[in-house]
Design a protein. Sequence first.
Length: 384
Amino acid sequence: MTIPGFTSTGSKRPEALFGKATGMPRSMTRAEGCRLWDGGGTEYVDMMMALGAVALGYAHPKVVAATLEAVRSGTVGALPPVLELEVADRLAAVMPGVESVRFFKSGAEAVAAAVRVARVYTGRERVVTCGYHGWLDWCQLEPGVPPSVSALRTEIPFNDVATLERAIDDAAPVAALVLEPVIDAAPDLEWLEAARAAADRSGAVLVFDEIKTAFRIAVGGAAQRYGVAPDLMVLGKALGNGFPIAALCGSRDVMDAATRTWISSTLATEFVSLAAARAVLDVFDGEPVVEHLERVGALLMRGLERVAENCPSVFAGVRGIPQMCYLRCADSEVWESVAAGAVRRGILFKFAAYNFVSLAHSDRVIERVLQQLREVAGEAEAAC
């Protein structure tokens, strides 16, 4: 095959989405609202929403109009666009504790920049992490990553205050404490407050990886929702509603370290994605997007909990929060069976982290998804 590993986005490989189930859609031609069409023209209700990159719905009219205008304006040039500063100012106005912003094209790139900035700011090397922060060397143990790089990172479990404090206090000084604030469940407030206190006590930079949570659980993500402000926060995914943009944000004091190291990307300031981000901010300003996501997400999650309760041989419960959740299957064969059954009924539903609701998901759509999942689950339960 011309593309090694099937696709350039590893998380969209058939086995990542559907396990070993056969007859599943493998590629798509277009998407609109909360639906997409595969290469054969079959329509599906999509609950994956581009791995969480779309919160307003595919091809949202305001985002489309803004980006078309940006394309006609030339897309990119030799100078930074006026729009860069405008979007940065608007993010600083709505993100907790943010005074400075740098833009990137992917979340992985932006989190790596956060770690670089923290290392420059503190003069330290070691990093403590919790969650998934991308594919780059600093946070991976994969083949091709030098052991000397991997040795600089310590991974800790979610919502475990004692382990967090030991990791910060018991070894070499820490440059950055990088956390995904939501992993399979809402965080305990004690956990976030302990992270803030541990960073303050040790002199580490506290980084919230808000790539999934910003513009979803609140415009300002977990920092706004739970009232614990990090030193740096990373935004991505829903910020561009499908266009490639991410941002590293934080206090001016910490962010100024970015000027003492080399961080530059040719297309960080192309203005199609910046125009998309500005349109996203406009929609969030004018419509109750966060409230909608919480309401329809709660409808979905309550329904999934009933499905799991009625089919205990098939499901081991529901994980996540209303805005991003999934049914946990008892084993991989069950996962493949129910995933295939959902696809046959026109539903793309992920049985691992996560499914995401969007502004385009109505109550009626969620009820249809739940009805189809009840039927699939019932068939699987009867077969157990």
